[in-house]
Design a protein around this ligand. Structure first.
Ligand code: WTA
Length: 659
């Protein structure tokens, strides 16, 4: 995969944490960091045991820490029992923090609504009691297809309270994608909203659920609970559909949390892999929650008085770990935002930081890059126009942050006083893995720096041998950690082969290329597979290809990413139609048809930016599509590489026009 670091700026400066920051930090200074790493390495059992005993409340204490007898199916704290929602809500109310604001919700139109931990707990209990009345609980699965809202978090927490495994589907995925996930996870219950509101527009959600359930196998779903966000008209299936307000009405504000085994699946989150359909990444309750909480405390250096804002959507793992669970377990006050960064204008994020006095701000490089561009076009929305003095820490996640964007973020948003934590992790890792600790780690723009205590990360070659500084190779994690993926839902074989290839002798393979520098810092170079990162969203090239070839006009398709200064990567589709390659207006028309088709089949976020037509695809003599060459064509670069292994060297010329 090509590198997604596309930058002209080489930044050699190292940014040390300020004395003031260090003096107040939870982990202050590299000595403390190193001591923690050594402790975790020397005595992992006691390291993890102590963390889990001190930071989680157990219904039944665990005796065993790690069980590796059935590797790579590791289990953690397996004989212990706990409830995730109790650890996120009840503990704070019991500790006298019931009146603390849990969530400050800002709607797309700017309306603000706050809720305390006490009231959130009551709301979660009412919803949980409602779900229980419908007849669902531990052992069942629910699909959650909701917009960013207090309700989305309350519903996730309510499921956790009952031991009901949830699977959240991002609102930008289509009915087809939703259907695929419903069937794969075997959900009896779907919780959705009538519509979502983003950038002043209403986008129907309930209608997509209706469509998804009409496809084959969709009838596994027995009940659809609808949160009325907009009150807009929706079709109603009597007996199946029920309003969230109705199931909550009259319910008690207490609901006994169900104690579950530490390994009980808290959630399954679908993500794109190297081949075929999305994988259901299964996470545990105990190990996952422990790491989500610890990383929220360590990496965000979270303090009781902080106002924390993670701009991710709960449909992605970042929204699970740092909105719905880790930040709640850490007892933070957090912002939940319904809208988009550019509505009503590109100053929205900065205006919200100013309005709510946000102190920790966590977002994706793609958002930063688009706001840089916007503020250049219209200086009125430049961050300097706002009072951002409440900020003390900035974070980045989802893709490499290029040094230019890093510097802009550091100087213009953080006023050159806030450390930036560039956090590398994945849906599969459950929480942060490689990241600076803001009160300890000297920062190098563009590097996610060093592994957290307890994490044994390395860069190796294809035979599993560790590589020296400066050499690019596979990023691996050599020892298990509590929040790691437990399995691929319903597909143990895929779990083994995707993450623990036999050549690497049992190490977890992340699917990223990386290299380390002379200080041991990690630099992420991009994916090793065809997974694309578009505006911070993880999408599979093969998924988009499958959608394209399912269209009646298409014979073959290959999808690659090309670097894009704003979105990280842009999707480029190379297409061979059943008819000969079109041009001009006809090509334009077909390209539009295919874009809309992909939006329907996968979701609007997966629409190809560029479509190129040819009469065949470049293949090796053994019939493999030469994606490497297609990437060069997609980037508009000259093909100076050897094309002699190509079965059909002339085809590349055909792909010159972009539609
Ligand atoms: C990429 C998102 C560079 C990486 C939390 C990884 C990053 C994939 C970073 C996981 C970062 C995430 N620097 N690359 N700080 N964070 N990535 O599962 O390629 O949506 O494998 O999890 O995003 O994406 P996912």
């Amino acid at each position: 995969m090509s590198s997604t670091i596309n930058t002209m700026l080489i930044e050699k400066r190292v940014f040390n944490p300020s004395k003031e920051f260090v003096s107040r930090a939870r982990i202050s200074g590299m000595d403390q960091y190193r001591a923690m790493c050594e402790e975790a390495e020397r005595n992992p059992d006691s390291f993890w045991r102590t963390l889990a005993q001190e930071n989680l409340q157990w219904r039944k204490p665990f005796t065993k820490v790690l069980n590796d007898s059935n590797a790579p199916f590791y289990t953690w704290f397996e004989d212990g029992e706990l409830n995730v929602s109790e650890n996120c809500l009840d503990v704070h109310v019991k500790n006298g923090n019931g009146d603390k604001t849990a969530i400050i919700f800002e709607a797309d139109d700017g309306t603000v609504q706050s809720i305390t931990y006490r009231d959130l707990l009551a709301r979660v209990c009412r919803i949980a009691n409602g779900i229980k009345t419908l007849g669902y609980g531990k052992g069942d699965r629910a699909i959650i297809y909701l917009p960013m809202s207090i309700e989305a978090i309350a519903v996730m927490q309510a499921c956790a309270r009952l031991g009901l495994t949830h699977s959240v589907v991002f609102g930008g995925f289509s009915a087809r994608s939703l259907h695929q996930r419903i069937v794969d996870v075997g959900a009896k219950l779907v919780i959705t909203a009538d519509a979502q509101v983003r950038g002043g527009r209403q986008i129907p959600l309930k209608a997509a659920v209706d469509e998804a359930l009409s496809y084959e196998g969709g009838d596994v779903v027995e009940k659809v609970v609808v949160y009325e966000r907009t009150g807009s008209q929706v079709d109603w299936v009597e007996g199946r559909d029920v309003r969230l307000s109705e199931i909550e009405a009259g319910q008690a504000e207490e609901c006994e949390p169900v104690a579950v085994e530490a390994e009980h699946p808290l959630f399954v989150l679908y993500t794109s892999g190297s081949t075929g359909k999305p994988k259901g990444v299964q996470h545990s309750s105990g190990g996952y929650l422990l790491w989500a909480k610890m990383t929220a405390l360590w990496v965000f250096d979270a303090k009781p008085e902080d106002i924390f804002w993670c701009t991710a959507d709960v449909g992605w793992v970042t929204g699970h770990s740092y909105i719905a669970y880790g930040s709640m377990a850490a007892g933070l006050t957090q912002i939940v935002f319904e809208g988009i960064p550019t509505y009503p204008n590109a100053g929205r994020f900065w205006e919200m930081v100013q309005r709510h006095k946000v102190s920790i701000f966590y977002t994706a490089p793609t958002a930063i890059r688009s706001l840089i561009k916007a503020s250049e076009l219209n200086p009125e929305h430049h961050p300097r126009r706002y009072d951002l003095s409440s900020l003390r820490l900035l974070g980045s996640v989802g893709e490499p942050i290029n040094p230019e964007a890093w510097m802009w973020y550091y100087e213009n948003v953080g006023g050159s006083r806030c450390p930036i934590v560039d956090t590398w992790w994945q849906t599969e890792t459950g929480g942060h893995i490689l990241t600076p600790l803001p009160g300890a780690t000297p920062l190098k723009p563009g590097s996610c720096t060093l592994p957290l205590p307890g994490i044994d990360a390395a860069v190796v070659d294809e035979s599993g041998k560790e590589l020296p500084a400066g050499a690019g190779g596979l990023l691996v994690i050599r020892r298990p950690w509590p929040a790691m993926i437990r399995t691929v839902w319903g597909d143990e074989n895929r779990f083994r082969t995707s993450y623990f290839p036999s050549e690497l002798g049992g190490m977890y393979m992340a699917g990223d290329n990386a290299q380390r520098d002379e200080d041991g810092y990690f630099w992420i170079l991009g994916r090793t597979d065809d997974v694309l990162s578009v505006s911070g969203h993880r999408l599979g090239g093969t998924e988009i290809e499958s959608a394209l070839v399912a269209h009646e006009l298409v014979a073959e398709a290959a999808v690659v990413g090309r670097p894009d200064a704003t979105t990280g990567e842009a999707i480029v589709a190379f297409i061979m139609l059943k008819q000969s390659a079109p041009d001009g207006e006809e090509a334009q028309k077909i390209a539009e048809t295919l874009r809309n088709w992909v939006a329907r089949e996968v979701g609007p976020i997966a629409k190809p930016r560029d479509i190129r037509f040819g009469n065949s695809l470049p293949k090796t003599r053994s019939g493999k599509i030469m994606r490497r060459l297609l990437r060069l064509v997609a980037e508009g670069r000259d093909i100076d590489q050897d094309t002699s292994t190509l079965e059909n060297p002339d085809v590349l010329k055909q792909f010159s026009d972009v539609y």
